[in-house]
Design a protein around this ligand. Structure first.
Ligand code: FAD
Length: 404
């Protein structure tokens, strides 16, 4: 079948989680696809990410496996208040899904995706600066002065997407700041790796410690902060210890070992509008619907988008202009729900009013495990169904002979 189909020649802009997963998915169809990435080495920030079961199922359907050396099944999750008292406890091991939700170092995830995309032409070190539909093609300009034309362009270039700006302008690319800013890093500290993911909610702050493979810990530290604050010095180990220390023994010990650890700082934002693009320019992942990270599904939804993109391309191989609308119909409700839920969790986590916080924690303590398990499985369900649809469509598809 694939040899008879005239697949649109496709450029994917951005070699992050969305772009590389899409490259694997489209390559599986036999489509002519290449990836342009602005960083010279397809590099990533050295922290962690949780890939929940919905996204891991899609990866698995596409033939991408996060092995035991790289990924740690989530196991249990404990949320504690500012004094270390348990608020919520979950045990993902009791929700039987294969493959399970996992924690993974971003560099490991990236390596696995790059290996899976073997055979796809990758063009590192070039940033896309312009995207212009011209008749039945899209002209793409790069920052090295070169240009080219493709039948279909997929913008997978993150929250500050140049593809999105070219298509929708600044007005259509607006983000809103959540009022929360975040520091994150991964550190090798085998003696401190927690047995469960821990998240602590203190006043105006949240801190998380997530076990990673090979003796590493992924730490995220979130604080309420006015826009544009705090300044660059806030990532210094002493400044982090001062802002977030004194609540949890493991974190306090980690703060003592931060010299030389790369710390990434950024504000938590979401797109004001969801857009999957228009015509021959498609948007996926954070370029389409950046969300705050409080549900742990930004990367998950990017992976789902990539799988859905392949199904839309299969359905509309003769008319690439229908793909963006098809993705919108398939994905908008799902990602909007995720965006809203993540935003709500973040806001609730930073309540300052002591009565509201007491009531919040009391109510969370009363949620039976069976109820939270059910909600989790409901959250995953559309991703599990997408994975099943990919398998029905013949995935994981072997590498086409031309790319092997
Ligand atoms: C603190 C924090 C914690 C998070 N934790 C989780 C989690 O646990 N689980 C989860 O599912 N999600 C999580 N997320 C969200 C997740 O990181 C993102 O949703 C995900 O990385 C989006 O992937 P992407 O490929 O769409 O975009 P990106 O990861 O931003 O990748 C975009 C790529 O495009 C490249 N690029 C950009 N502009 C250009 C250009 N002009 N030309 C060429 N290339 C370009 C970039 O260099 C980059 O490689 C978290 C986010 C944050 C901020």
């Amino acid at each position: 079948m694939t040899t008879e189909t005239a697949w649109p020649r496709t450029l994917i802009v951005g070699g992050g989680i969305a772009g590389l997963t899409a490259a694997v998915a489209l390559r599986g169809l036999g489509a002519v696809v290449e990836v342009a990435e602005q960083t010279p080495a397809f590099g990533v920030v050295g922290s962690g990410v949780t890939i929940q079961a919905n996204a891991n199922a899609v990866l698995s359907a596409l033939g991408i496996t996060l092995g035991d050396d790289d990924a740690v099944p989530i196991g249990s999750f404990t949320m504690i208040d500012e004094r270390g008292r348990p608020v919520l406890h979950g045990d993902a091991r009791e929700i039987m899904v294969d493959p399970p939700s996992v924690n993974v170092h971003r560099a490991d995830l990236h390596r696995v995706l790059l290996e899976a995309a073997d055979g796809v032409p990758l063009r590192p070190g070039v940033a896309v600066t312009g995207v212009t539909p011209v008749g039945d093609e899209v002209e793409v300009a790069f920052d090295d002065g070169s240009a080219g034309r493709w039948d279909l362009v997929v913008g997978a270039d993150g929250v500050r997407s140049a593809v999105r700006r070219a298509l929708l302008g600044e007005a259509g690319s607006r983000t809103r700041y959540s009022g929360q800013t975040c520091w994150r890093f991964a550190i090798e500290a085998p003696d401190l790796v927690p047995t469960a993911t821990i998240e602590q909610w203190a006043v105006g702050r949240r801190m998380g410690a997530v076990p990673l493979a090979r003796g590493r810990i992924y730490v995220y530290l979130v604080a309420s902060a006015p826009p544009g604050t705090p300044g660059p010095g806030s990532s210094e180990p002493a400044a982090l210890a001062e802002r977030f220390g004194g609540h949890h023994e493991v974190l306090d010990r980690i703060f003592e070992r931060l010299d030389g650890v790369a710390i990434h700082h950024g504000d938590l934002v979401e797109h004001v509008d969801v857009s999957f693009g228009a015509g021959r320019v498609v948007l996926i992942g954070d370029a389409a619907h950046a969300m705050t990270p409080n549900l742990g599904q930004g990367a998950g939804s990017a992976i789902e988008d990539a799988g859905a993109l392949a199904l839309e391309l299969l359905a509309h191989s003769d008319d690439p202009t229908a793909i963006a609308a098809g993705l919108d119909a398939r994905r908008r409700a799902r990602v909007t729900f995720m965006q809203r839920t993540a935003w709500r969790i973040g806001a609730m986590g930073h309540w300052r009013n002591p009565v509201a916080r007491w009531l919040r924690n009391a109510m969370l303590r009363m949620v039976p495990q069976s109820v939270s398990d059910k909600q989790t499985v409901q959250l995953w369900q559309p991703g599990l169904e997408l994975a099943a649809a990919l398998r029905e469509a013949g995935y994981p598809r072997p590498l086409p002979a031309s790319a092997a």
